[in-house]
Write a protein that binds this ligand. Sequence first.
Ligand SMILES: CC(C)(COP(=O)(O)OP(=O)(O)OC[C@H]1O[C@@H](n2cnc3c(N)ncnc32)[C@H](O)[C@@H]1OP(=O)(O)O)[C@@H](O)C(=O)NCCC(=O)NCCS
Length: 174
Amino acid sequence: MFTLSSADETVAYRHLEDLIALLADSVAGGASIGFLHTSAREEFEHSWKNVFAELSTGVLILIIALNEQGRVVGSAQLALSHKANGRHRAEVQKVLVHSDCRGKGLGRKLMTVIEDVARANQITLLVLDTLVGSVAEQMYAKLGYQKAGEIPSYAAAPDGVLYPTALFYKLLES
Ligand SMILES: CC(C)(COP(=O)(O)OP(=O)(O)OC[C@H]1O[C@@H](n2cnc3c(N)ncnc32)[C@H](O)[C@@H]1OP(=O)(O)O)[C@@H](O)C(=O)NCCC(=O)NCCS
């Protein structure tokens, strides 16, 4: 059983070590989420602290999933657009489930919460990108995200090799 909720800066700091471990676990598994196999723990920590700093500005929402022991086993982020012509859209970022907890529906639950939070913020369009051929790509397609296309050599996976990225979108009904 998992408990999902939106984390403010204080709550997020309380879970910093778990979040670092979650990020490190996904990178070690080959997820293309901005880091390399050579990335140091300090880079993960720095990245989370940047996320935490944005939580109070209203531009970023962090969802965390706790297991029955109160440990973070999943997270997802929603980046809102504050451009005058883009307040209806947001980007889903870094949907992560710890490798020990995959295949149990947690990724799907994180996306359900992200979409609920988006609707609550009057968001009608979600966009995201992910590695072509990844499990995440299959998950987004299954959850009704439309593939807009692929960009070759978009980002390096943790092995340092450039891979194509798939761009997805979903129109949310209110
Ligand atoms: C992508 C990820 C979040 C999925 O989390 P999860 O908790 O295992 O996903 P779920 O169990 O909720 O499965 C959701 C859907 O994903 C797909 N899926 C999950 N695992 C799969 C696998 N091993 N192979 C193929 N499809 C899979 C299925 O379509 C599944 O739907 P179904 O249960 O109705 O068949 C997880 O694999 C992960 O954290 N990966 C590393 C980080 C990453 O790449 N994140 C995306 C960054 S954009």
